[in-house]
Design a protein around this ligand. Sequence first.
Ligand SMILES: NC(=O)C1=CN([C@@H]2O[C@H](COP(=O)(O)OP(=O)(O)OC[C@H]3O[C@@H](n4cnc5c(N)ncnc54)[C@H](O)[C@@H]3O)[C@@H](O)[C@H]2O)[C@H](O)CC1
Ligand SMILES: [K+]
Length: 482
Amino acid sequence: MITGSEMAVIDENAAAMGVPRKQLMESSGHAVARAVREVADADASVRVVAGRGNNGGDAFVAVRFLDGFDVTTSLLGRPDTITTEIARENWAALADGEYRTDAVRDSAAFDLGDPDIVVDAMLGTGIRGDLREPERTAAAAINDSDATVVSVDVPSGLNAETGELAETAVEADRVVTFHDTKPGLDALDADVTVADIGIPAAAERFVERGDLMRLDDRDPGSHKGQNGEVLVIGGGPYAGAPALSAKAALRAGADLVRVACPMVVGRELQGFGEDLIVRPYQGKQLEPRQVGFLLQMARHHDAVVIGPGLGDAEETLEAVEGILSGYSGTAVVDADALARVPQVDTDADLICTPHQGEFAKMGGRVSDDWEERANFVERFAADLGQVVLVKGAYDVVSDGETTRVNRTGNAGMTVGGTGDVLAGITGALAATQDPLDAAAMAAYANGRAGDRAFEERNNGLVATDLHDEIPEVLWTDRGGEA
Ligand SMILES: NC(=O)C1=CN([C@@H]2O[C@H](COP(=O)(O)OP(=O)(O)OC[C@H]3O[C@@H](n4cnc5c(N)ncnc54)[C@H](O)[C@@H]3O)[C@@H](O)[C@H]2O)[C@H](O)CC1
Ligand SMILES: [K+]
């Protein structure tokens, strides 16, 4: 099962891989036509009732595959208000092909007639709220008629995000849904078929620009509040690492980032930027006596990043264990802090970000072959019950069930500090997103930022170069087409 918004992610990934949505629409339309042929007698009359989005577009395609039937296509609205280019093109193809079409101006002008079959293509995954006019009147007419109703993707009125059915929803006899079943379809008294529309498996496996659509405010799946507050627990032997993470978190959209660090590096850390809020504690390194204070702070943040620059002193790692075992929010665990993850008992949702060496130390199996590595990481994540992101030329992200692979990034990024940047981006995204999605998007964004920096700096790239590229990658450069 897949929600409408996750479908849009995969769709965009497919487009990024050279399979544009118009091609998918052609397959969708063909599948709808096949379903109509299955229920239609040779002399059946077919009435297509289409909305102005891509759900309607699928039906316009279907009409071209129904030559020989008595088909009339009604568009609910003016042709120039069709919302997407590809739906408009397929509508125009009907007009140019002398197919029988009409555009319904308002509900008073809608007359269903008495067709044998209705193709319900008013609303698909793009629905918001209850049916408005003229869709509402059309749905009532469809439900009053004796026609066999074939719904495209979902019955108009079913919300593919929540599975909720509007009171005025179309009552379908058959549903042809695409790629995978959608929430709510199971509960219907209808014959549901899932049509393969040619989305490459890679569009789900690999992280691509479509994954970043989850950051879109208009995403119907997102009920995220503000953009989150992140606490970085790092520093001691090193001051640069937590600064790199914290700045990356800010660039990745976090509203507030605080860095808790030993007093000895506090001033140096503050020197890295006025945007950083530094909360120094006594001592030269993290020790168990700070656990209480840090846990209290952590509770007031949406996500914690723990590890950058902490070092591996025994007291420090003991304190890490104390923090993780007392914390129940979301934490990104990086660098030396990773060592204690396998033995800690925690209620927190962890996102562990080891490179291959750290992963091996945690007990994971490594491999040079990314597919084999993906299997190893998946099993390790399943045993651990946490999200694991193993960095490499191909990053592997898994929660033990779903495993994603990221291909962005380049050899220039082997320079120190890029892992700290990744941890910071992951923390910012984990403040508002599901942990697995956050890790996948962060790996993609970090690599893309590195690729953009590499274009300018080549092998002279340094970790701070990535910071400036992050906003562009996350919010401007992610493409998207209708
Ligand atoms: N990979 C795939 O699954 C593919 C699916 N396709 C089909 O595209 C639709 C989704 O298309 P989209 O354009 O995003 O949205 P809709 O057509 O569902 O609706 C948008 C349209 O409806 C208006 N609207 C929204 N809410 C309401 C309402 N409550 N009442 C009335 N009107 C409403 C809105 O303003 C827009 O005009 C998916 O379901 C598939 O059928 C593609 O073929 C590509 C592959
Ligand atoms: K529909």
